[in-house]
Design a protein around this ligand. Structure first.
Ligand code: PGA
Length: 247
């Protein structure tokens, strides 16, 4: 399976900076990438980034999607709208959404369902906090988070992407060791396999301070199928190094 490297710009960018970054990435693609690449960008820039990446190997993703189909939900974007723009992926259940916007496991599961119904691949984020890791409940937490998504999405579950993002590793410069990440990925793989044989092939991304220096080692783990990259996706050279490590 080709690896998937997805950038998560979070709330960063400007028209000028986005254009420079994408031009830098495309200029750096001198040999064809042997991995899938996506950029998950702020919703206001989706149209711009779709236009800039047209005909290129870069797919575009949103950072969130509404759990509702349409209607009186001020400020939200529906999966149908995202699809309309040419968006391929949507991150759902990022820990920042869970933490600052009160998204529960059930809400995240319904967001994944909306995305799937519109032909958008949800990148479902799971991960434990530092307190949960220290309490020894990492497995329990990630399994609970994924179970909600499996429960709501049934046989469609083989169409999702899962990102394991330990909350303590996000934006902190503290990466999970390849062994720590692999251990959790193996748990998630087994859980998906138990849901259906096909789901065992769901791509499992690692996220949390992945960078040019540590990507190769993480991506070499048997159950790490790619990365969800925050800070390092904002610099063309760094993101290109990660893409190279995945190719
Ligand atoms: P980071 O963010 O790479 O900056 O740690 C990853 C993420 O939150 O998706």
């Amino acid at each position: 399976m080709k690896k998937l490297i997805a950038g998560n710009w979070k709330m960063n960018g400007s028209l000028a900076a986005n254009e420079a970054l994408i031009k830098g990435l495309l200029a750096g693609a001198t040999t064809p990438w042997n991995c899938n690449v996506a950029l998950c960008v702020p919703s206001v820039y989706l149209s711009q980034v779709v236009a800039l990446t047209q005909g290129s190997p870069i797919a575009v993703g949103a950072q969130d999607v509404s759990q509702h189909e349409s209607g009186a939900f001020t400020g939200e974007q529906s999966a149908v709208m995202l699809r309309d723009l040419g968006v391929r992926y949507a991150i759902v259940g990022h820990s920042e959404r869970r933490q600052y916007h009160g998204e529960t496991d059930v809400v995240v599961a319904h967001k994944a369902q909306r995305a799937l119904a519109s032909g958008i691949t949800p990148i479902v984020c799971v991960g434990e906090t530092l307190a949960e890791r220290e309490a020894g409940v990492t497995e329990e937490v990630v399994k609970r988070q994924l179970a909600a998504v499996i429960h709501v999405n049934g046989h469609c579950i083989s169409e999702i992407v899962v990102a394991y993002e330990p909350v303590w590793a996000i934006g902190t410069g503290k990466t999970a060791s390849p062994e720590q990440a692999q251990a959790v990925h193996a748990v998630l793989r087994a859980q998906l396999h138990a849901a259906s044989a096909q789901s065992a092939r769901v791509p499992l991304l690692y996220g949390g301070s992945m960078n040019a220096a540590n990507a190769a080692q993480l991506l070499a783990q048997p159950d790490i199928d790619g990365g969800l990259v925050g800070g390092a996706s904002l610099k063309a050279a760094d993101f290109l190094s990660i893409i190279a490590a995945a190719s």
